[in-house]
Write a protein that binds this ligand. Structure first.
Ligand code: PRX
Length: 635
C-alpha cells in the first residue's frame, strides 16, 4: 500500500525520505493505487533542468475528468460535489451532486464540440465564481481543450492580451457578475476586449444578473438553451499524460504575463495527493477555499484536487464584507465547513472588524485552517488561531506558486507542529534548497537565502505558452540545475522554512502577484508622464501596497493635482484591473538612476518603507541629488 494518507510525524519523515530516495517508485505507487488510467505509463520520470524538460508518467493515457467525476458516480453519485453559495445570502445555496456535475459537464462539453472546439484548442474562460466557471473548466478538460481561465476582475486590455497570447478560439463569459452590493458588466468588458482579438469565433454567455446586454450576431450565444438541448453523455477524450491541461497567466517582473502551462497526469496526481494530506480531508467533510478559480489556488484546490478525492468543495460567489463582515463565519456555520482555506489579506481585513462578528457564529465544525498567497504576519496568525480556530484547529501556512501547481511547503495538520509565520516543512517529494548570491547552496540550519527546488515534482509547470526560452531564463538560469522560485526564505534551527518575500520586481498586493513593469508601462502611456517606478510598501491589510514615483514631462508647469493621480489610476485600471491601483503617487523631478540609466528601485523601496537611514551608497548614482528631494516630498 502506498502512503496516500499521512497520519503522524514519524510517518511523514519516513514517507518523505522514501519520496526523496526513490521518487519514481514513490510516485508510481501513488499514481497506480489512487487514480484510474486508460493506459499505464512506460516511464515514470524523465527530466533535465538544463533544457529544461520534465515529463511525468510518459506514455500514460487518461482523462482527468474521469478521475474527478466518473469514478465517483458508483459510490458518491448523490454526494455534493460543488456547494454553491451565492453572493446574496437570501438566495438558496445550490448542492450539485457528483451525478449532476457529470451531466452538466458533459452537456457543456457537447456544446463546446458543437462549436468546433477540439482537443488542443484554447478556450478562454472569463466567468465569475458561479458553478458555470467550474463546469466550463471541467468541460474543456473532458474534450481535451486547453482552458485559460482569466480572473473576472481583470480589465479588457488584460483579457485581450491573454486571449491573443494563446490564440483562444472561444470565450466563455456571463452577462455580468455580482460583487457584494455591486454588479459588474462582464460582457461589456469582453466586447471591448474582443475588438482586438480577431481569432475568437464564438462567445458563450451564461446568464447571471439578467442585464440587458448586446449580443453580437453570429458570434455570441446564450449558454443555457444550448446546454438544455445537449446530451448528458459525452465520451471523455483520451489524453496523454503530458498533454496540456490548462494555461494560467501569472505576472512576471518584466514584459507580458507568462502563460504557465500545466499538463495532465502529474498535475492531477500532485494536486490530489497534496489536497488529501495538507487538509487531512476525510469523507463527508465540507471543504471551503475562498480563492477565485481565476487563480491557481482555485484551479488546484477548489476544482481539481478536491474533486479528484471525491470531496465536497464550496464555491462562494461573494466577498467577505457583504452583507457584512461576518459573511465568512456565517457560511462556515451554515454549511458546517471543516477545512477553511483563505489568504492573509482577508484575515487582516476581518481582524480589523474585531471579534464581535466572529463570536456570534458557531465555528465548531472547523478542523483545519489554511493560509496562502503571501506571508502571514504574526498578528494575523494569532488572530486566526485564537478567534477562528479557537486554538483547536491547526493553521497550515501553505507556500507555493502558480508555477508549482500544488502546495510545496506546509505543515500537515495534526502531524507537523506549527510555528507562527513558518510554512514549516517541505511536502512529500519536495526538495527545497537555499542558495546564496554567489550560487552556492547554504547547507545546514539557521541560514537565509534564495529559495530553489532541486528536483522535479509532478505538477511543475512545463513551459511558458509559446516561449520556452523565457521559461528557461526566468526559472532555470539563476542557479545551475535548479528551479528558482523568486522568493527568499530562511531555515530555522529545526529545519523549518519561513518565506521572507519576493527577491525580484514582483510585488504581492492582497495576495495577488503584480509585476512592476506592466504597471509602469501603463502609467507611462499617460501623455503627461515621462517616467515612473513602482515599489511596494507595507500595508495593514493588503500586506504590501503600491507606491508610484512619477516624473512628468514638463515638471515645472504641469499642474500636479489629484486629477492626475485619478487619471493614472484610471489608466492602470484599464490596462490591468483595479487590483493594480497605486495607493500613493509621488510626483518627482527625477528618479534615482545608475550610470547606465537603470532606475534604482532599491532606493525608492527603502524610502517608501521609511528606511531612510539605510539607503546604502548613493554616491555612484548618476543623479544623487534627486534622492534628497524625493525624501523631502515623501507621502
Ligand atoms: O512570494 C510567494 C507568495 O506568492 C507567490 C506566488 O504567487 P502566485 O503564483 O500568485 O500563487 C499564489 C497562490 C499559490 C510566491 O512566490 N506566497 C504564496 N504563498 C505564500 C507566499 N509567501 C509566503 N507564504 C506563503 N504561504
Amino acid at each position: 500500500m502506498s502512503n496516500y494518507h499521512i497520519k503522524h510525524l514519524e510517518e511523514y519523515y519516513q514517507v518523505y525520505r522514501k519520496s526523496i530516495r526513490e521518487p519514481e517508485n514513490f510516485w508510481e505507487e501513488i499514481a497506480e493505487e489512487h487514480f484510474i488510467w486508460r493506459k499505464k505509463w512506460d516511464k515514470v520520470l524523465e527530466w533535465d533542468f538544463k533544457k529544461p524538460e520534465v515529463k511525468w508518467f510518459q506514455g500514460a493515457k487518461l482523462n482527468i475528468t474521469e478521475n474527478c467525476i466518473d469514478r465517483h458516480l458508483a459510490t458518491r453519485g448523490d454526494k455534493t460535489a460543488i456547494l454553491f453559495e451565492p453572493n446574496n445570502p437570501d438566495e438558496a445555496a445550490e448542492h450539485i451532486t457528483y451525478l449532476q456535475l457529470s451531466e452538466r459537464v458533459n452537456q457543456f462539453a457537447n456544446v463546446l464540440k458543437d462549436h468546433g472546439i477540439k482537443k488542443g484548442d484554447r478556450v478562454c474562460i472569463y466567468v465569475p465564481m458561479i458553478p458555470e466557471l467550474a463546469i466550463a473548466t471541467l468541460a474543456c478538460a473532458r474534450i481535451g481543450a486547453i482552458h485559460s481561465v482569466v480572473f473576472a476582475g481583470f480589465s479588457s486590455t488584460a483579457l485581450s492580451t491573454r486571449i491573443n497570447d494563446s490564440d483562444c478560439k472561444m470565450v466563455i463569459t456571463s452577462d455580468g457578475s455580482y460583487r457584494g452590493a455591486k454588479t459588474i458588466d462582464l460582457k461589456g468588458i469582453v466586447d471591448e476586449a474582443l475588438e482586438s482579438c480577431p481569432g475568437v469565433e464564438n462567445v458563450l454567455v451564461a446568464k447571471r444578473i439578467n442585464s440587458d446586454i448586446d449580443m453580437k450576431q453570429g458570434r455570441d450565444k446564450w449558454l443555457q438553451p444550448l446546454l438544455d438541448a445537449a446530451s448528458t453523455k459525452c465520451e471523455a477524450e483520451v489524453m496523454d499524460a503530458e498533454d496540456p491541461l490548462f494555461i494560467l497567466y501569472t505576472s512576471g517582473s518584466t514584459g507580458l504575463p507568462k502563460g504557465m502551462v500545466h499538463t495532465t497526469a502529474g498535475y492531477m496526481v500532485y494536486t490530489a495527493y497534496t489536497f488529501k494530506n495538507a487538509f487531512q480531508y476525510k469523507e463527508n467533510d465540507v471543504y471551503w477555499c475562498t480563492a477565485d478559480i481565476g487563480w491557481i489556488t482555485g484551479h488546484s484546490y477548489i476544482v481539481y484536487g478536491p474533486l479528484a478525492n471525491g470531496a465536497t468543495t464550496v464555491l462562494f460567489e461573494g466577498v467577505p464584507s457583504y452583507p457584512d463582515f461576518g459573511r465568512f463565519w456565517n457560511i462556515i456555520e451554515k454549511h458546517k465547513v471543516n477545512q477553511f482555506y483563505t489568504a492573509p489579506t482577508a484575515i487582516r481585513a476581518l481582524a480589523k472588524q474585531g471579534t464581535g462578528l466572529v463570536d456570534i457564529y458557531d465555528l465548531s465544525s472547523l478542523k483545519v485552517l489554511g493560509s496562502v498567497g503571501e506571508p502571514i504576519n504574526e498578528e494575523a496568525w494569532h488572530w486566526y488561531n485564537d478567534n477562528v480556530g479557537k486554538k483547536k484547529s491547526p493553521i497550515i501556512d501553505t507556500w507555493w506558486q502558480t508555477e508549482t501547481g500544488g502546495i510545496m511547503i506546509t505543515p500537515i495538520p495534526y502531524v507537523t507542529p506549527t510555528k507562527p509565520t513558518y510554512a514549516t516543512l517541505p511536502f512529500i517529494g519536495i526538495q527545497p534548497v537555499l542558495m546564496d548570491e554567489n550560487g552556492e547552496e547554504l547547507k545546514g540550519n539557521q541560514v537565509d537565502g534564495r529559495l530553489c527546488i532541486k528536483f522535479p515534482w509532478p505538477s511543475i509547470a512545463r513551459t511558458i505558452w509559446g516561449n520556452h526560452e523565457r521559461y528557461k531564463e526566468t526559472y532555470f538560469s539563476a542557479y545551475k540545475n535548479m528551479y528558482f522560485t523568486g522568493d527568499g526564505a530562511l531555515r530555522d534551527e529545526v529545519g523549518y522554512y519561513r518565506i521572507t518575500g519576493r527577491v525580484d520586481d514582483v510585488i504581492i498586493v492582497s495576495g495577488h502577484n503584480l509585476g512592476t513593469a506592466p504597471i509602469e508601462d501603463a502609467i507611462n502611456e499617460h501623455p503627461a508622464v515621462a517616467e515612473s517606478a513602482i515599489v511596494g510598501f507595507p500595508h495593514d491589510i493588503k500586506g504590501s501596497a503600491l507606491y508610484g514615483y512619477v516624473t512628468l514631462k514638463d515638471f515645472g508647469e504641469t499642474r500636479v493635482h489629484d486629477n492626475l493621480r485619478r487619471e493614472i489610476n484610471q489608466i492602470i485600471t484599464e490596462h490591468i484591473g483595479p487590483i493594480a491601483k497605486l495607493d500613493k503617487i509621488q510626483f518627482s523631478e527625477g528618479l534615482p538612476k545608475t550610470r547606465s540609466g537603470k532606475i534604482m528601485r532599491r532606493i525608492l523601496r527603502k524610502i517608501s518603507c521609511n528606511e531612510m537611514d539605510n539607503l546604502g551608497d548613493t554616491s555612484t548614482l548618476l543623479n544623487p541629488e534627486v534622492v534628497q528631494s524625493i525624501i523631502d516630498n515623501r507621502l
